[in-house]
Design a protein around this ligand. Structure first.
Ligand SMILES: C[S@@+](CC[C@H](N)C(=O)[O-])C[C@H]1O[C@@H](n2cnc3c(N)ncnc32)[C@H](O)[C@@H]1O
Length: 755
């Protein structure tokens, strides 16, 4: 997109003049230039009361509308200014911005042409003409317009960048890369050029190259776009260019975080394994499995120091769960070896700092994965002994050493030690204090919230009660950190940018949006929505009070105050007397006795033109889940932590080619409640795209689009050139048959209710 150059845009209309109106305008202009937009608006409006035909005021109010993210106001105001002064090229140029923001690209092109007719050397008008054509997917015309801009200003960085985008869309990747590079030579801070150049590397299969380009960009300016792109390509990386710079960015991407930490776990683990000392330990664990090893046998002379001192491993263990079997085996044996060492020698506070650090980090991981690692009877007995010793010390007031606490915490939460409250009264080192926060303070605080969450509907349906029970015991999904703040958009702007070619009818709601998160679970989606739409009023409901407390605790900790949590059954939501502009229901409806009944209830409380984000299981993509469930049913496992641990190890013992073994590829295999949700669910339906198509048609819903990785969309577009909006469900059905894993993370899609 071209940039709006307000300084030059305003110069023309900031004509001097005398009298009170001119004075108000001049004052308003000074405020406008100083960025005091509300004051400027007030002054311009007062001037307009005196002189409704003041085109300068109209123009500037339009520019303020643009700066405040209200392009519809800009179109209205600047349109009125044009009606008074049709030959002002700047006005035609500026209205283009607003029209493009509203996706009225054909109108934008008309105004850009008019600006060019009035001022043939108007480079930026050519740029906007190109942008309008680019959005209309008229690529030849866009390229011609950008070349015209460059003919007038060969060093126009954005013209190079946008020309490159158009060339890129046409598949001329080499020429596009040259123009992106030229854009960056001229404007090294052009974040979009780095991310586009990285995409070209990515498409050419050069992920290390893509990451290097992003890192160059990050070194110049750390923008949200570059951080997100870094995470996206790291997610796809199979080989990693190990370097100190990359490691630094990886640690930040995991711990700040720059995206969902879980999406980059695999790449980070690859990086961890680049250290031969850690890699040897992993190899020894895998070779010995399931036998336990001593510290010396497992770590060798330097493995423990290497593991304890690796910032990437540390960030991984503290911020997400490990989804790699060899590393899991290494950590499982490490835990057992450290337990052995501590119980053999009698653990004291003299423990080496390295050992204590590693034990604390490992304990953080074990709490995150809900103690899903395999555990022998011998280990259980030794932990029970340590727990009794610590409980005894707490009772008698004797000192409690740090190491046994850290070791217990890697086998069970510290709140399971009798008298654990006394731990909070003592003073501890930072690492133990952090463990106490994770395993005592936070769980206690969550429990304390139970009374604060209102019950909005009864829960009477038999299946709802069963499902409630499951999630009371195992809230899902547990999360440590949420993806970064997103820029606050209006729903209209957001949907236009997500689904530029979809048949979307703008809702025109800038603030005061009513949002329902139906089946909010542990609150991640509610938090993300609250950050995205800051002025929204969000109601987030779920059957499970434990999940709601988990959600509320984290919401409060993040300082978000526009989410209300309530306990409710979707089936009864029509009774609460509220209606919504946006409803999100992700991974929920397929757990109802009749998912379509629940979906219809949600539709009944969605306003006309309202939006729904839905995610449903795909029957085709879950074939491996069915195989794993059959294996589970045949062996009669129960949904207890012991059986989940046993089940996981039995699955891993299967031949690699067994269909059930493929379940280990699922991220949900790696924590206890995720495993329960994945394989031990009390109620699960699966869908096909033809079924969804029928429901949408029968219920007056327009599909706006799916949520996908960029590579899926690129492949789909290349195959179905006639579906520029990417919303043809017959095509998607055909595509899914060819690529059965496409919807392995569910059919995640957005629909709009027709009036
Ligand atoms: C798989 S979790 C998904 C949680 C959340 N939507 C997410 O994506 O992180 C399913 C959630 O739906 C909730 N749920 C299932 N049936 C429900 C119903 N009838 N009414 C309200 N919530 C329900 C469960 O309690 C559970 O927390």
């Amino acid at each position: 997109m071209a940039r709006l150059e307000t300084a030059s845009a305003t110069r023309q209309s900031a004509s001097p003049g005398t009298g009170p109106v001119a004075e108000l305008f001049a004052k308003g202009f000074r405020c406008f230039q100083a960025g005091r937009l509300v004051e400027a608006m007030d002054l311009y409006q007062r001037a307009l009361v005196a002189d409704p035909r003041h085109s300068g005021c109209l123009h500037h109010l339009g520019l303020i509308g643009l700066q405040l993210g209200r392009p519809e106001i800009a179109v209205d105001m600047i349109g009125r200014a044009i009606a008074l002064n049709e030959t002002n090229a700047t006005l035609h140029h500026d209205i283009c911005f607003a029209l493009i923001a509203l996706n009225r690209n054909a109108d934008a092109a008309t105004h850009a042409r008019r600006a060019i007719a009035l001022k043939p050397d108007y480079t930026n008008a050519y740029l906007l003409l190109g942008d309008a054509f680019l959005k209309l997917r008229k690529l030849d015309e866009a390229i011609a317009a950008y070349r015209q801009a460059l003919a007038r200003e060969p060093n126009h960085a954005e013209a190079h960048n946008n020309l490159a985008e158009a060339l890129f869309a046409q598949g001329h990747l080499d020429e596009a890369a040259q123009h992106f590079k030229e854009a960056l030579r001229l404007r090294p801070d052009l974040a979009t050029a780095y991310s586009n150049l990285a995409t070209i590397n990515f498409l050419a299969g050069d992920i290390p190259g893509a990451l290097n380009v992003i890192m160059q960009g990050l070194q110049i300016k750390e923008t949200a776009l570059l951080k997100t792109t870094f995470v996206t390509y790291l997610h796809h990386a199979t080989s990693i260019p190990d370097s100190g710079t990359l490691r630094q960015y990886v640690v930040r991407a995991l711990s700040e975080p720059w995206g969902r930490p879980g999406t980059i776990t695999t790449a980070c683990i690859t990086l961890v394994k680049c250290d031969p000392r850690i890699k040897h330990g992993i190899d020894r664990a895998v070779a010995a499995w399931p036998a336990r090893l001593s510290c010396e046998e497992l770590f060798g002379s330097d493995g423990l120091h290497a593991a304890a001192g690796d910032p990437v491993l540390r960030a991984l263990l503290q911020n997400t769960y490990i989804n790699d079997i060899p590393l899991e085996r290494f950590l499982t044996l490490a835990r057992s070896a450290l337990l052995d060492a501590a119980t053999a020698t009698g653990a004291t506070d003299d423990a080496d700092d390295t050992i204590l650090t590693f034990c604390c980090t490992l304990a953080r991981q074990c709490f995150i994965n809900e103690y899903v690692f395999a555990c022998t009877a011998d280990e259980q007995a030794k932990v029970a002994m340590l727990r009794d010793q610590v409980a005894g010390a707490l009772r008698s007031g004797a000192p409690v050493a740090a190491l046994p606490l850290a070791i217990i915490a890697s086998y069970e939460p510290l709140y399971s030690i009798p008298g654990f409250e006394a731990l909070l009264a003592k003073s501890w080192s930072g690492e133990i204090a952090d463990l106490l926060t994770q395993q005592v303070r936070e769980p206690l605080a969550e429990r304390g919230l139970r009374k604060s969450i209102p019950q909005l509907t009864p829960i009477e349906n038999d299946v709802s009660r069963l499902v409630q029970n499951q999630y009371e015991e195992s809230p899902y999904p547990r999360w440590v950190k949420c993806a970064p703040d997103e820029v606050t958009h209006t729903v209209d702007a957001r949907l236009r940018s997500d689904f530029p070619h979809a048949p979307y009818v703008p809702m025109g709601r800038a603030d005061g949006l009513d949002v329902l998160i139906a089946g909010c679970g542990t609150g991640q989606q509610a938090v993300m929505t609250a950050r995205r739409y800051a002025g929204a009023r969000i109601l987030a409901v779920d059957l499970s009070l434990s999940s709601l407390c988990y959600a509320k605790y984290r919401t409060d900790a993040l300082g978000l105050n526009n989410i209300d949590y309530g306990q409710a059954d979707i089936l009864k939501l029509a009774s609460i007397g509220r209606h919504f502009d946006l409803i999100a229901c992700s991974g929920v409806l397929h757990h109802l006795a009749d998912p379509l009944e629940g979906w219809r209830v949600l539709l009944s409380i969605l306003r006309p033109n309202g939006i729904m984000h839905i995610a449903l299981y795909s029957k085709l993509a879950r074939a491996h889940v069915v195989a794993a469930r059959d294996f589970l049913a045949a062996r009669g496992y129960a949904a207890t932590i012991d059986d989940i641990r046993r089940y996981r190890q039995d699955i891993l013992d299967l031949d690699e080619t067994s269909p059930a073994r493929a379940i280990a590829w699922s991220g949900d295999f790696y924590t206890a409640s995720n495993c329960r949700d994945l394989l031990f669910h009390v109620q699960e339906h699966q869908f096909t795209l033809p079924q969804i198509k029928t429901f949408l048609a029968d219920n007056g819903l327009n599909l706006l689009g799916f949520e996908h990785d960029a590579d899926v969309l690129l492949r789909y577009r290349a195959q179905f050139l006639d579906d520029s909006a990417c919303t043809d469900l017959d095509h998607w059905h055909a595509y899914e048959q060819q690529h059965p894993h496409t919807f392995v993370r569910m059919y995640q899609f957005t629909v709009q209710k027709r009036t």
